[in-house]
Design a binder for this molecule. Sequence first.
Ligand code: UDP
Ligand code: MG
Length: 321
Amino acid sequence: MTPTDPLLSIVIPVHNEADVIATLLNRLVLVCRQLGTATELLFVDDGSRDNSVALLLQARRRYPDIRVLQLSRNFGKEAAVSAGLTHAKGDAVILMDADLQDPPELIPDMVAQWRNGADVVLMKRRTRAGESWLKRATASLFYRLINHISDAPIPVDTGDFRLMSRRTVDALNQLPERNRYLKGMFAWVGMPTVTLEFDRDPRLAGKTKWNYLKLAHLAMEGITSFSTRPLRIALILGLLAAGAGGLFGTWEVLKALLMGVSTPGYASMIAMITFLSGVQLLCVGLLGEYVGRIYMETKQRPVFILAEDSDEHIQEYQPTL
Ligand code: UDP
Ligand code: MG
């Protein structure tokens, strides 16, 4: 299954990573030289405002294996990775972060597994150095929740660091959705997978680009992109509330007929009204989340716009995916 002279693409999304690029390249180039296969280092610049691009293009003069794609603005990591995956030419593609949290020294092990026939080599975090307990706790809660409601479970403690065979990448590139929740998409595509464990390093320099608001957004994306089960839960909630309301109403009417009308009950009425209107608003909001996603999908906008490709100069606007 392995071709005679395979090409390995390493896709790296970059957003304001000027502080780490020199170290990243040094370590990557050392590793790639020992690999014994041709490699393509595909950097996707996601609208960096520092001199990341200049550094990469400068390095390209020394290492021609480097290719730099520049998106027209900051589209977010998921879009940057999608851009890399659609443009990678390799027979296998490795995804990794620029900040050296994913050690390049593990690449030979990943390639070895691929040569043994694995389609996906997943890198599972044994430890997560440099992450607060709060981030770890919320991450674990999120995985448990999403795996409870979605059909293709996402392996716990894995990120985007992974190797994928050509057919896996092609399968991923076929998924047409604009809301790209990659973790879920990887899981949905499946394919024979080997999992390796590693110790995740803290970020080498610079700051994480994530905050809790962005993570909450991503979590919502994950839940609504891969399951309509929340809608069913809303339906069941509605049925239960309606049933309980009906029973309570009948009871009240019977009581009034048999024992005469009594006025008290203000407190219970207020409690019922506020509770039920709360549930209704919640369900309408939930519906809105799905409707909003349908709206975004129907616009059929490309996931990213490529402004520049170091391999070929792009003259015209190119809608991709
Ligand atoms: N990144 C990106 N676009 C963004 C934010 C991040 O391409 O809008 C890249 C970033 O340069 C890095 C990777 O995504 O290579 C992971 O980002 P980060 O290290 O900030 O996330 P964390 O590791 O904290 O989850
Ligand atoms: Mg990081």
